[in-house]
Design a binder for this molecule. Sequence first.
Ligand SMILES: [Zn+2]
Length: 178
Amino acid sequence: MAGDVKAMRARFDELLRQAAELAVAMDYADGRIKGVPHYVEIETRAEELGHELSRQVQARHMGEIVARQATRSRCNTCGRPVELEVVKRSVRSVAGTVELVELVGRCPSCRRSFFPLREPTGLDARAVTPTVVLRLVALAAETRSFERAEKAARDGAGLPVSAKLIERLVRDVGEELA
Ligand SMILES: [Zn+2]
């Protein structure tokens, strides 16, 4: 087992090295980077690539979780067994917008939908990930203003969201804690 993990790690490191090599070669080939770039450009580009990997990892994790779940679940209102469907959803993460899959059960008796993965994963009905919620709420607490939090989120954290959304999240989280 430990040997397997070691081999996987070695393969991962090699693939990552190749991906970095290709990414840099592409940036020169398509003219995105010319001559000697300022280091800000290098780091910005590297961060974007990191975000691309992050989005793939997030999507992959949710895909694995969904694949391992049972295909039926009991309705959490009436207890009737219901077939689960795989549905796609779009969520804003700290690495940009990511397309994820999740499970939904539609109970014909209660005429309502339930999402068995929302509670364990913390990915609730909001269109943002729990990490984004944490960061935005922390920024609002620190800046003591939804407008200043919006600016800090956009300029400092790369999260272009509105002051209105931050305000709503802070109120929701406050109510959940109360
Ligand atoms: Zn039901």
